[in-house]
Design a protein around this ligand. Structure first.
Ligand code: 5GP
Ligand code: ZN
Length: 114
């Protein structure tokens, strides 16, 4: 999608601090971090959100989760603990409509969802 900011990031048209890349997925630092570690993992194929992603290509979610797992194992994030969040819809806080997965890690994450 030509006017999608994450598609542009995928094509290196907008610079980001990349932390991970494979043939389907990139991981990069969020520009407005909400935790000590705040990364975004994005699939190269455009879907508006996770619901559309499952309709378009159910295997894409596996690509993203494999990428996050590989990154977490390699960097020690597994030992520190982390949370994966994906927002669907404006009322849930979604502001970029290309499916993406926040990876958040902090000395002590809030108890949201417990
Ligand atoms: P959402 O609110 O849609 O769940 O998450 C979108 C995230 O993308 C936000 O946390 C926002 O800070 C991040 N973001 C938006 N534009 C850019 C950008 O140009 N570069 C980077 N690195 N992050 C961005
Ligand atoms: Zn896109």
């Amino acid at each position: 999608m030509s006017d999608c900011i994450f598609c542009k990031i995928m094509k290196d048209e907008i610079p980001v601090e990349k932390v991970y890349q494979d043939k389907n997925v990139i991981g990069f630092k969020d520009i407005h971090p909400q935790a000590e570690t705040h990364l975004l993992f994005v699939h190269k194929d455009h879907s508006a959100d996770i619901v559309e992603m499952m309709e378009n290509d159910p295997d894409a979610i596996k690509d993203v989760m494999n990428a996050i797992s590989a990154y977490a194992k390699k960097t020690g994030l597994c030992d520190r603990g982390f949370r994966i969040v994906t927002n669907v819809g404006e009322s849930a806080g979604q502001s970029v409509f290309h499916a993406h997965f926040h990876v958040l890690s902090h000395a002590r994450l809030g108890q949201f969802g417990k």
